[in-house]
Design a binder for this molecule. Structure first.
Ligand code: PEP
Ligand code: MN
Length: 272
């Protein structure tokens, strides 16, 4: 594979030791597998509180949930906004889990960082360079999702923007790419996991939910991702997926499926 290596700080040549990001008692990129679970979108205080409880009870370390949603169409539900950040922060604190939420614009970075432990850059914003530059000015860990049509080189250059700005706490997330196959929503590129880990020292997280778009594929692709060496997973789970406010209910696990997946994963890799 010909890689231009125009990036430097993201490269393993430059930084041979794997980066371990410590957030409270959780280490991402070390020996433990880190699981982030929760709904596509924060919907209400009751919803996120109950899901936080289930995430914690199952042994996962991080609660996911979007307050700002990057929707393909402008008439779709766009997220509950800042109120959602508050709801999720309260639920995370109450149940003792870290939180991750998506930030879409540079102006919202500071408020998102005030409420969440990890900031997510979505696939559609991987090359939102102003956003990446702004994320370089803070120290809050960032989960950078791979653009759905981006090469590894473009992905690592996007990470380089954040690192070059002065924030070393970046993790990479493979969330599926666009291919000719239409049975699945995206094609989860499993090879990205070992490739990125060889090219870069940054932790690699897999997203089998957006990577397949189908609930029944989340469990096998979670296990495949761990077998391929992923440092963690980000998985959608909802208490009432059929009535979720985004279309991602079809890829969201029911709580009992999520709990069972956690038990199975524990046999494959040590959890926190
Ligand atoms: C999400 O995590 O809900 C999301 C919108 O992800 P992506 O950016 O990978 O589509
Ligand atoms: Mn989603």
């Amino acid at each position: 594979v010909k890689i231009s290596k125009s990036y430097k700080l993201a490269s393993r040549d430059f930084h041979p030791d794997s980066t371990v990001i410590k957030i409270k008692d959780v280490e991402i990129g070390g020996d433990q597998l880190v699981i982030m679970g929760g709904p596509c979108a924060v919907e209400s205080p009751e919803q996120i509180d109950e899901i936080a409880r289930l995430v914690k009870a199952s042994g996962a370390q991080v609660l996911r949930g979007g307050a700002f949603k990057p929707r393909t169409g402008p008439y779709s539900f766009q997220g509950v906004g800042v109120e959602g950040l508050v709801m999720m922060a309260e639920a995370g604190k109450k149940h003792g889990v870290l939180t991750i939420t998506e930030v879409m614009t540079p102006e919202y970075v500071d408020v998102c960082a005030e409420y969440a432990d990890i900031l997510q850059v979505g696939t559609r914003n991987m090359q939102n360079f102003d956003l990446l530059r702004k994320l370089g000015t803070i120290q809050t860990p960032v989960l950078l999702k791979r653009g759905f049509s981006s090469t590894y080189d473009e992905f690592l250059n996007a990470a380089e923007y954040i690192l070059a700005g002065g924030n070393p706490n970046v993790m990479l997330c493979e969330r599926g790419i666009r291919t000719f196959e239409s049975y699945t929503r995206n094609t989860l590129d499993l090879a990205a996991i070992p490739v990125l880990q060889s090219l870069s020292h940054l932790p690699v997280i897999s997203d089998p939910s957006h990577g397949t778009g189908r609930r029944e594929l989340v469990e096998p692709m979670s296990k495949a991702s761990v077998a391929a060496g992923a440092n963690g997973l980000i998985v959608e789970m909802h208490t009432d997926p059929d009535n979720s406010m985004t279309g991602d209910g079809v890829q969201s696990l029911f709580p009992d499926q999520f709990a069972r997946l956690m038990q199975d994963l524990e046999k494959l890799a040590p959890l926190c």
